[in-house]
Design a protein around this ligand. Sequence first.
Ligand code: ATP
Ligand code: MG
Length: 229
Amino acid sequence: MSAIEMLDVLKTYSGRRVVDAISVSVERSERVVLLGPSGCGKTTVLRLMAGLEVPDSGAINIDDNEVAVGGRNLIAPERRHIGMVFQDLALWPHMTVFQHLEFALRYDKLNQFPDKPSRILEVLEMVRMADRAHAKPGELSGGQQQRVALARALVTNPTIVLMDEPLSSLDHELNLHLRGEILRLHAALGFTLVYVTHSREEAADIGTRVIAMQNGKVHAHLPARSRTV
Ligand SMILES: Nc1ncnc2c1ncn2[C@@H]1O[C@H](COP(=O)(O)OP(=O)(O)OP(=O)(O)O)[C@@H](O)[C@H]1O
Ligand SMILES: [Mg+2]
């Protein structure tokens, strides 16, 4: 069964084909990387999967249920069981780490975690940030902020996690380290991962499959050399 299926999905902005009739299928627990140059449509593909954009035409299925068709989202973002790490992280300066996760848990429509504080601490342990639960983003390093964004994406126990260039702003050493952490979390939690990057090396390291995009189209399927954890 496919975790995510995009069938002939078209998205235009002012008549420009930003996502140009893309068909992509992602299997459960797979790690698929979308690789491509700036402006090729990677973020837009993730936003379509998440339900933050509506396709002009085509269809999107999640777990074999149709969630969007041309012109219409059928299932709202908070009902898609998707966690997302945004390209710019989207952390709020006035909120603590703990409050960021608390906010995300409000959208847990399954109400999986009646004891929210202990769930939040559990996830902060996973990303090794429990000791900074009461810090605000301005008091954290870049790598720590990335971990908070990661924790917020994972706290609702999503079946699908979308990561939009989550490590691109970090130095090489920290980038390598956090790649390992993402692979470790994936192995432990078994979510389906769609990961966006413009780095070939990062793509080959993270992906069990790499899809190269260009000008809103799938350009090639590249071999991945996936490390094991
Ligand atoms: N809301 C919008 N309105 C108009 N144009 C948009 C909008 N969002 C994206 N675009 C345009 O769509 C194209 C694809 O954008 P997108 O953000 O998906 O690219 P990307 O591959 O993620 O790029 P980057 O690697 O720089 O993040 C770009 O040309 C962008 O300017
Ligand atoms: Mg982008």
